[in-house]
Design a protein around this ligand. Structure first.
Ligand SMILES: *[C@@H]1O[C@H](CO)[C@@H](O)[C@H](O)[C@H]1NC(C)=O
Ligand SMILES: *[C@@H]1O[C@H](CO)[C@@H](O)[C@H](O)[C@H]1NC(C)=O
Ligand SMILES: *[C@@H]1O[C@H](CO)[C@@H](O)[C@H](O)[C@H]1NC(C)=O
Ligand SMILES: *[C@@H]1O[C@H](CO)[C@@H](O)[C@H](O)[C@H]1NC(C)=O
Ligand SMILES: *[C@@H]1O[C@H](CO)[C@@H](O)[C@H](O)[C@H]1NC(C)=O
Length: 450
C-alpha cells in the first residue's frame, strides 16, 4: 500500500508547509533567522515608501504613532541582527515625519498628535542615537537632537493647573482626551528624559525624570506595589484613577528606571527597577506558564488595533533593561525566552505560513488576528533575546556620535500653530485611545477592558 503525501499529512507525519518558525531561543543564529522572517512580515504592512504615498505613514486603520513605534522596532532589528534591509525606509520615514520644531510634530497629524504619539517617534530617534544608527546628513537634525526637541517641547507642557503637575494626554485643546493625564504620556516622557540623561550626562534630564516618576506615584498612576494604571482626569484633580493595566506602561517605565539606575547605581533606582520587573507578573499567563499576554483584553477578545501592539514595547524595554542593568537578567531572560518560543510557535498562518497572531499562549495555535501590532510584537520578543550580541546603548562618553543640541525644539512654547480645518472633537479616538470615559470604568474590573 502506497501512502500519498496527503494521507501522511492527515496522519500527522508530514507538515503541510514550512509552517511555524523554528526557534532555538539559545542559539543567536536561529533567533536571527526567525527574526528575519517576522521582520519581512512586518515590512509587508508598510506602504509609505510607495510612489504617491507618504513616507512614515501606515495605511488605515493604523494611527501615526504606531508607525513611529514600528520604525523603532526596525532600528533595533538592525542593531540586534546586523541586517540593514530596512534601514533606508526607516531613515526616509523618520526624516519625513520630523515636522514642526524638529520635534515630530508634522502638521498633517495634529488630529492624532498626543504627547504619547509624539513620544513614540521621539523614542525611535533616541534608540537610533543609542544604537549609532547612521545619522541624517546635512542640515537635518541628528537623532539625538530630535529626541532632545521632543523632550523640550514636552517639558514646556508640564501642567501645573491641576493634579500638582503631569503631562496631559493631548497637546491640542481640540482633541478628545485633553483633560486626561495618562500614564503612557508621562511614562514616555520619563523614558526619554532618563535616557537623555544617561546619554548626555546632563542632570537636567534626570531631574525631570525623577520629578515625573514621583508625580506619577503621588497621583497613584503608579501604585505602591508598582502597578501602572491607565490615567486620571484632571477635572477631578486626578483624585480618581482608571485602573486598567497595559504591558507598555510597565515597559516604558522599566527602561527609564534602568537608565537612572545605570547613571546613579543607587539603591533607590535598584529598588524601583526590581519592583517594576517583579510586578510585570500579571502580564504572564497562567494558561501557558510565563508566556506574555495583554491581561486587559486578550482573553475577552477586546484588544483594539493599538493595543495589539503593546506587548512589543514591553519586550523592547525588557531587552534594553538587561543591557543597561545586567543584574536584571535572571529576572527577565527566562520569561522572554519562554514567550519568544511561544510566539514563534504560532507564527504559522496566512499565505506565507509564517504570519503571527495576537495570542501566544495557545500552544502554537494561531488565533487568526493579523496586523502590524501582532507582527511587531513577535519580532520584538525574538530580537530582544539577542542582548549578548550587541555592546549596549552608547552615551557621549562611550562612543556616541549623534550631535547634541540641548535647545532643540525650545521655541515651541511661544510660537502659535495655525490650524485651518479642525473643529473640536473632530476625530474621536485619535492618538492612543486607551480610555477616556473614566466614569464608565471606575466601577468595573480593574484588569479588564469592559
Ligand atoms: C502631508 O500631507 C501631504 C498631502 O497628503 C503629503 O504630500 C505630505 O508628504 C505629508 N507630510 C507629512 C510630513 O506627512
Ligand atoms: C490637587 O492635587 C494635588 C496633587 O495631589 C494637590 O497637591 C492639590 O492640593 C489638589 N488641589 C485641590 C484643590 O484639591
Ligand atoms: C514580587 O511580587 C509578588 C506579588 O506579585 C510579591 O509577593 C513578592 O514579594 C514580590 N517580590 C519582590 C522581590 O518584590
Ligand atoms: C550601563 O549601561 C552600559 C550600556 O549602555 C553598560 O555597558 C554598562 O555596563 C552599564 N553600567 C553598569 C554599572 O552596569
Ligand atoms: C542640559 O540640558 C538643559 C535642558 O535642555 C539645557 O538647558 C542645558 O544647557 C544643558 N546643559 C549642558 C551642559 O548641556
Amino acid at each position: 500500500m502506497k501512502f500519498t503525501s496527503t494521507a501522511l499529512l492527515a496522519l500527522g507525519f508530514l507538515s503541510a508547509t514550512t509552517g511555524a518558525i523554528e526557534l532555538n531561543v539559545d542559539d543567536p543564529a536561529s533567533i536571527k533567522k526567525g527574526a528575519k522572517i517576522v521582520a519581512a512580515g512586518l515590512r509587508k504592512w508598510y506602504t509609505g515608501d510607495k510612489l504617491g504615498d507618504t513616507p512614515g505613514n501606515l495605511p488605515d486603520p493604523y494611527y501615526w504613532w504606531e508607525a513611529g513605534a514600528m520604525f523603532n522596532a526596525f532600528v533595533d532589528y538592525w542593531y540586534y541582527t546586523g541586517d540593514d534591509t530596512y534601514n533606508a525606509i526607516t531613515k526616509q520615514a523618520m526624516i519625513h515625519q520630523i515636522g514642526d520644531f524638529s520635534a515630530f510634530m508634522p502638521p498633517n497629524q495634529t488630529k492624532t498628535l498626543g504627547n504619547d504619539d509624539q513620544a513614540f517617534w521621539g523614542m525611535a530617534a533616541m534608540s537610533a542615537a543609542e544604537n549609532k544608527f547612521p545619522d541624517p546628513e546635512g542640515n537635518t537634525p541628528s537623532w539625538l537632537t530630535l529626541a532632545q526637541a521632543v523632550f523640550n517641547t514636552q517639558a514646556a507642557r508640564w501642567d501645573m493647573t491641576a493634579c500638582g503637575g503631569g503631562l496631559k494626554w493631548q497637546i491640542f485643546t481640540f482633541n478628545n482626551g485633553y483633560n486626561y493625564k495618562n500614564t503612557i504620556s508621562n511614562g514616555c516622557f520619563f523614558n526619554i528624559a532618563a535616557r537623555l540623561a544617561k546619554y548626555t550626562g546632563n542632570t537636567t534630564y534626570s531631574d525631570w525624570a525623577e520629578k515625573t516618576f514621583e508625580w506619577e506615584m503621588n497621583i497613584g498612576l503608579i501604585s505602591p506595589d508598582y502597578h501602572f494604571f491607565d490615567g486620571s482626569d484632571d477635572r477631578l484633580n486626578c483624585s480618581k484613577v482608571s485602573h486598567i493595566q497595559w504591558t507598555y506602561n510597565a515597559g516604558v517605565h522599566m527602561a527609564g528606571a534602568a537608565a537612572l539606575w545605570n547613571m546613579t547605581q543607587s539603591d533607590k533606582w535598584r529598588n524601583h527597577l526590581t519592583n517594576i520587573i517583579n510586578s510585570t507578573d500579571i502580564f504572564f499567563s497562567k494558561d501557558q506558564a510565563d508566556v506574555m499576554f495583554e491581561v486587559a483584553c486578550e482573553r475577552n477578545g477586546k484588544c483594539d488595533v493599538d493595543q495589539r501592539s503593546f506587548k512589543a514595547y514591553l519586550c523592547r524595554w525588557m531587552g534594553w533593561t538587561m543591557q543597561v542593568a545586567p543584574w536584571t537578567r535572571d529576572m527577565i531572560m527566562p520569561k522572554l525566552k519562554v514567550s519568544a518560543a511561544a510566539a514563534a510557535a504560532q507564527c504559522n498562518a496566512g499565505e506565507d505560513q509564517t504570519t503571527c497572531g495576537l495570542r501566544w499562549w495557545k500552544n502554537g495555535q494561531n488565533d487568526g488576528s493579523f496586523g502590524v501590532g501582532e507582527q511587531m510584537s513577535a519580532l520584538e520578543v525574538m530580537q530582544n533575546l539577542l542582548v549578548d550580541e550587541v555592546p549596549g546603548p552608547v552615551s557621549m562618553k562611550t562612543g556616541g556620535t549623534s550631535k547634541s543640541d540641548p535647545s532643540a525644539g525650545g521655541n515651541s512654547k511661544n510660537t502659535p500653530i495655525v490650524f485651518d480645518d479642525i473643529t473640536t472633537g473632530d476625530k474621536a479616538g485619535a492618538g492612543i485611545l486607551t480610555t477616556i470615559v473614566l466614569v464608565g470604568i471606575l466601577g468595573g474590573a480593574w484588569w479588564m477592558v469592559s
